[in-house]
Design a protein around this ligand. Structure first.
Ligand code: SAH
Ligand code: SF4
Length: 366
């Protein structure tokens, strides 16, 4: 067994060197120790309830061209859709009736006034149909501060915007080199979101070409420095209609990307004890029980897809995206059993806010 794992896990706080050792634990016995420690920390600081967010992928129209993403604007094979407001409201009602507590509205990035107006209307509609009982997370990319403020005022209270990689050079390598894909702009957005009073979520992809264990350790430290409230991160998975597909032979094998992603979750839980951590759908793309493994390794949030089935085939960010045909009811039944199997339970009917978050604005207090 690698020297020092037990010693590191017993420490009060971890340095970058410790994080690197933990992320490099390649034997399954060692990994189990790291996961078990993270699980213990999770039980102590956030409890054993798993919060649900119903994910609505409401539009795949995107102005951006991220080199890794299947719905990038230059992929002309994608049939573009935007779900009607009425259907988004119906999906939200379904979430409410199924006891989800919260939804996530996710889309490609569009920055027109019309688009931000439609999101604003949806927010107001969802708040009113649920009598403010549903919490709303947005994940609609980079926007002006005024737009973020308007959406916040209309009821969104959490925002997910992944930094993708906190290392500037790697960020620039996986995005086109132009003003619409700027590292500084992404940081500006994260700052604005936080200053407005959102619960701030970010994350990275794991196993990107050229990414090192040290880069990943820096990503975890970055989350600490910017004081995030929530993190969603998962393996990078190639999509055949993207420029980064050319690098498919230079990637870690899938099983290693998977275990590295679980280790990232576990170490993050150990260093940021009370934040919300999502078990990403990309984990499930590698292993059908990937998200349950994520829970065991320290995640406490799951985002079942409640997008109306007819749109799912068009929101394919990476190959083998799971759940394209699965209804949320089916998925929930299975999930409930699996979650019981690892000694946890689903948190029904509550927003499931990050315990780390200290609200500035009382109207978002629950
Ligand atoms: N347009 C918004 C939200 C949709 S994309 C945004 O970019 O923030 C949501 C996330 O999907 C991205 O942040 C990215 O991390 C992830 N993603 C995209 N392509 C991926 C791929 N090939 N493998 C794994 N995750 C991917
Ligand atoms: Fe658009 Fe988001 Fe995909 Fe980038 S990652 S192309 S912003 S949907």
């Amino acid at each position: 067994m690698k020297k020092g794992i037990d010693k590191i896990l017993a420490k009060r706080s971890l340095q970058k060197e410790d994080i690197i050792v933990l992320l490099s634990t390649f034997s399954s016995d060692e990994r189990f120790k790291v996961f078990a420690k993270a699980n213990q920390v999770k039980k102590k600081y956030v409890g054993k309830k798993v919060a649900l967010r119903g994910l609505i992928e409401y539009s795949n129209v995107c102005r951006k061209n991220c080199l890794y993403c299947g719905i990038r604007s230059e992929n002309k094979d994608v049939h573009r859709y935007t779900i009607e407001k009425k259907d988004v409201l119906d999906a939200s009602k379904y979430a409410l009736d199924s006891g989800f507590g919260s939804i996530v509205l996710q889309s490609g990035e569009l920055c027109t006034e019309k688009h931000s107006g439609i999101i604003g209307e949806m927010l107001e509609g969802i708040k009113s149909l649920s009598d403010d009982k549903i919490g709303i997370t947005l994940s609609c990319g980079e926007q002006k501060k005024e737009v973020y403020q308007d959406w916040f005022d209309k009821g969104a209270h959490r925002y997910l915007l992944r930094i993708e990689s906190s290392k500037r050079e790697l960020f620039e390598r996986i995005h086109p080199n132009n003003k619409s894909h700027s590292y500084d702009e992404r940081i500006r957005c994260l700052r604005d979101l936080k200053s407005i009073g959102y619960q701030l979520g970010t994350g990275v992809m794991i196993g990107l070409p050229g990414q090192t264990i040290e880069d990943l350790a820096d990503d975890l430290l970055f989350f600490k420095v910017i004081e995030v409230d929530m993190v969603g991160m998962g393996p990078y998975l190639e999509h055949s209609k993207t420029p980064m597909y050319n690098e498919k032979d230079n990637l870690l094998p899938l099983n290693q990307r998977f275990s590295l992603s679980l280790l990232m979750i576990a170490v993050l839980r150990i260093i940021m004890k009370d934040i919300n951590i999502a078990a990403s759908t990309a984990l499930q793309a590698i292993d059908p029980c990937g998200r349950e493994h994520g829970l065991f390794a320290g995640a406490n949030v799951i985002m079942p897809n409640i997008t109306p089935l007819k749109y799912r085939e068009e929101y394919i960010l990476y190959n083998n995206k799971p759940g394209v045909n699965e209804t949320a009811d089916n998925y929930l039944n299975r999930l409930e059993k699996n979650i019981e199997g690892i000694g946890e339970e689903i948190l029904y009917g509550e927003w499931g806010d990050s315990k780390h978050f200290k609200p500035k604005n009382p109207h978002h207090l629950r």
